[in-house]
Design a protein around this ligand. Sequence first.
Ligand code: UDP
Length: 453
Amino acid sequence: DVKSRTQLVLMVPWLAHGHVTPYLELAKKLSKTNLFFIYFCSTPIILNSINQENLPKNIQLIEFPLPSSPLLPSHQHTTNGLPKNLLSTLIQTFGGAGSTFANILDSLCPDLLIFDGYQPWAPELASSRKIPAIDFLIIGTASVSFFYHHYLYAGKREFPFSGTFLKDYEAKQLQLTAEMNISIGPDVAFNGLEKSHEIILINTCNEIEGKYVDYLSTLSNKKVIPVGPLIREMGTTTENEENSKIIQWLDKKDESSCVYVSFGSEYFLSKEEIEEIAHSLELSELNFIWVVRLPLGEDTNIENALPKGFLDRVEGKGVIVEKWAPQARILEHPSVGGFLCHCGWNSILESLHFGVPLITMPMHLDQHTHSRMAVELGTAMEVVRDDKNGKLNKEETAKVIRNVVTEKNGGENVKAKVKEFRKKIREKREEEFDQVVNKLVDLSTKNKQTVNT
Ligand code: UDP
């Protein structure tokens, strides 16, 4: 039996697309070594969204039913598409899932647990059963270390890397996030870091964020081990007519002549933001593909949300994709010369992996620090907003987009840098991952021995 010869690893991502993807990629990478059998545990809605056909035999999906909550409709048990006020309900609901998780632990008896944020019960329940629990973080290390630094020193000590400082309006926004976190329960945000057993895994690599990895190790007093960049495998996107049309449209455009615009799977643009971005794209006079997602429950007619006559004016030059685009395939296409991006961590890693220069427009949370990090790396130009109120300015935005895509006024340096990183990442040696594997085998074997004696 495969399971008795390998280490049993239980993985539990947070309930959002941007978390499930890197968790699944890590699961696949670990499964390839044939040293682990992986239980991949999530809600039925999330598991159904995974393409199970290509899943290796040593990954088994395990259903984790959420406790029911009168405030949270059952079809919305994932952050993707959740209105803001339901996000904290989801965090609270998941926070109360400890007893369900205890049953899962007791029926599977894993040798190792790899857990995510907003799961305060995970490390406690595991350690009471002598199972080592490892936190796997899926956001950038610059951001994690920035926020953890502020949590620990509360303004008494300066963050040592100036490139990731926040502007006034961003600090105000983050204060609101901090207040939301406090209302959920103090320490939930950093619980994983502090409770992780000996090591912390993170989806990055030293080539991109080495100094932040070192700093987070110092702050947390644990070995922080980069396991990335984990990028969703090609071929996992379902082939449909709409996707093919997008690629055929790109095929007809000149090399590096198009900008791809996306704000990830969780952020909804306000009407004002939609208008500003539309005008900026028009002013830039470039080809574009823009993924527009309107909040659930609101008027879903995109034409109404866009400026009057916009679609007619950009015909042939621009494509609006509703809800979801095959991002990896688009970024891989040679006609794409820039990515106007909200700075979700997966998107940043994908831009580096596919060598697409970034135009960053961070919207909230960790996106601001991700953006500063990408600018510091030299792989991005950030859209300038009003320092005080954070408002966008269409002329400015259009200028930055043009500079990056047409490789002018510094845009040429961004292009060169992103190519350099693409090469570095692709040449990364697998020995580094072997060390991760050895450490995980070591931790889980120790557990097997303790349990058996
Ligand atoms: N994504 C996609 N198509 C879309 C929007 C997003 O394929 O229309 C993918 C994208 O490639 C990335 C993930 O969804 O892998 C979004 O994660 P990210 O961390 O960038 O942002 P989040 O959605 O967490 O804000």
